[in-house]
Design a binder for this molecule. Structure first.
Ligand code: GLU
Length: 509
């Protein structure tokens, strides 16, 4: 094994969406490889044919790319695409390799055929339960004679293949947890190949990790109890052990295992919500790891790759803090190139028929960027933008007037006077109304109506935006006016149209 160059792998089963737990595992593997100039491999663990689906594999790989995790070996990379130097990288295509290696273990006597039937094993298990003994295999077939084996084989009886476990405890080193030890009895003689002929996870994962020359196995701690079985398989072949690193469980804010109940947990759903990949990777990196001597919270991928070490990964469970993720997302939305944010935000508006699907004209693109500059600071994620900007496209005086808080403002005697004066002045202004012209008009309305402060501004704001609070007029007026000049799929009503429609909808007393 070439220890100077680490080789790590992410080995997803394509049985569902990529979730944050596995994404963090992939990220830590990637960071470790990049930090130490190693290789990052992807291996698809699709031996569970009933639950594995090609579409999940496609989606998984797409999610990894979206997160910025590129791989050196695995599906979709390399000249011969699927078959790299250590491939194939899909377990369903490696069955022949697993078969050959089982023959070797049987020949060396490290593994044996087990002809026990399901009924026999069930009976054993029930006895163990009744006697309050651990439910482990009795080892009945461990020492059956070669004649007996022949006899079963000539009768074509199905058999499983089991590994012989010695009496010594199984020990390995874990880079996160330190020394780990399992009693041999707790492992018993594990099945390597089922009687159906299907090799099991612990067996195939070990063959693959060894043949792919994996130096560090970094994965979730749900696999910790599998590791002694894998260690025993390495030993049966006389192969050197890799380093292991088991990452702690991710919990929800209520300290139970993170699940859908807690909210979005799949990478795809975070992407759909409009979380930026750099916010998610930054967040996941900090979920169980921290940089040397610091409380620093923001890291680019390059910075993470320069600082990441497994020694600084914590063995205690990590609590997924959605608010911290949103905080990081706001940070990265602010920092991102406006054109990129516009391209990412556009589909949310196009889906409502408010903007054309694709970038169509510089004037629309420029206006949309102006809109984003105004509303972006008010959102955690991109899918919240349309609600903030709804008044521009779906201006509805009736709903605005019916709103309780607005009604309280509008019943004030001076509100109607303010709106009347405002409408009269706006009607005389050339379109588009500038922020300066608006300001001047408001000064005149103030004098004419005698209203000031809230009494002056709230009715006007409600008439133009449907709410008595919101972004500054200096920004909103030019946005409304510029939008009203554009050929948008849903026209934006101008300031003048808004106030006229509002007055027309206002019930007379
Ligand atoms: N295929 C396993 C899983 O998705 C990963 C196994 C491993 O990393 O060893 O949980």
């Amino acid at each position: 094994m070439n220890q100077s160059k680490p080789r790590v792998r992410f080995a997803p089963s394509p049985t569902g969406q990529l979730h944050v737990g596995n994404a963090r595992t992939a990220l830590y593997n990637w960071l470790f490889a990049r930090r130490f100039g190693g290789d990052f491999l992807i291996r698809i663990e699709d031996t569970d044919i009933e639950r594995s689906e090609a579409r999940y594999e496609t989606q998984l790989l797409e999610d990894l790319r979206w997160l910025g995790l590129d791989w050196d070996e695995g599906p979709q990379v390399g000249a011969s695409k699927e078959i790299g130097p250590n491939g194939p990288y899909r377990q369903s295509e490696r069955l022949e390799i697993y078969r050959e290696h089982i023959e070797r273990l049987l020949a060396s006597g490290a593994a044996y055929r087990c002809f026990c039937t399901a009924e026999q094993l069930d009976a054993e298990r029930e006895q163990a339960i009744a006697a309050h003994q651990p439910q482990v295999y009795s080892g009945r077939c461990r020492s059956i004679s070669s004649d007996e084996i022949e006899f079963h084989l000539t009768k074509h009886e199905p058999f499983a293949v089991r590994l012989k476990i010695g009496a010594e405890p199984i020990r390995f080193h874990d880079m996160v947890r330190g020394a780990v030890e399992f009693a041999a009895e707790a492992v018993s003689d594990p099945i390597l190949v089922r009687s159906s002929g299907m090799p099991v996870y612990n067996y195939v994962v070990t063959i693959d990790d060894a043949l792919m020359r994996i130096t560090h196995v970094i994965r979730g701690d749900d696999h910790l109890s599998n590791t002694p079985k894998q260690v025993a398989i390495y030993q049966a072949f006389g192969w050197p052990l890799p380093e292991f690193a088991h990452l702690s469980t991710i919990l929800g804010p209520d300290k139970t295992r993170l699940s859908k109940r807690h909210g979005a947990t799949s990478i795809a759903s975070f992407r759909e919500m409009g979380i930026l990949p750099e916010a998610l990777t930054n967040y996941l990196a900090l979920l169980g790891w921290g940089a040397e001597g610091g409380t620093r919270e923001t890291f680019t991928m390059a910075e993470l790759a320069a600082e990441f070490t497994l020694e600084r990964v914590t063995p205690s469970p990590a609590i997924f803090d959605f608010n911290k993720l949103y905080w990081l997302n706001r940070h990265y939305l602010k920092a991102a190139e406006p054109k990129r944010v516009a391209a990412l935000a556009r589909p949310y508006f196009a889906a409502r028929g408010w903007l054309p699907e694709a970038s169509s004209s510089d004037s629309i693109d420029g206006w949309f960027e102006q809109l984003l500059a105004l509303f972006l600071p008010a959102v955690d994620q991109l899918d919240q933008l349309p609600e903030k900007a709804r008044f521009l496209f779906a201006f509805d005086p009736v709903t605005a007037i019916a709103d309780n808080e607005n009604a309280a403002v509008l019943t004030n005697d001076s509100a109607r006077k303010v709106l009347g004066e405002f409408a009269a002045r706006i009607a005389m202004l050339p379109a588009p109304v500038t922020a300066e012209a608006f300001k001047a008009a408001m000064t005149e309305v103030k004098t004419a109506s005698g209203a000031k402060g809230k009494d002056l501004f709230h009715p006007v704001r409600i008439a133009l935006t449907g709410a008595h609070s919101g972004p500054e007029f200096d920004k909103v007026i030019p946005l409304i006016e510029a939008g009203s000049q554009l050929p948008l799929p849903t026209p934006v009503a101008s300031v003048q149209q808004r106030v006229e429609r509002f007055l027309a909808a206002l019930p007379s007393r």
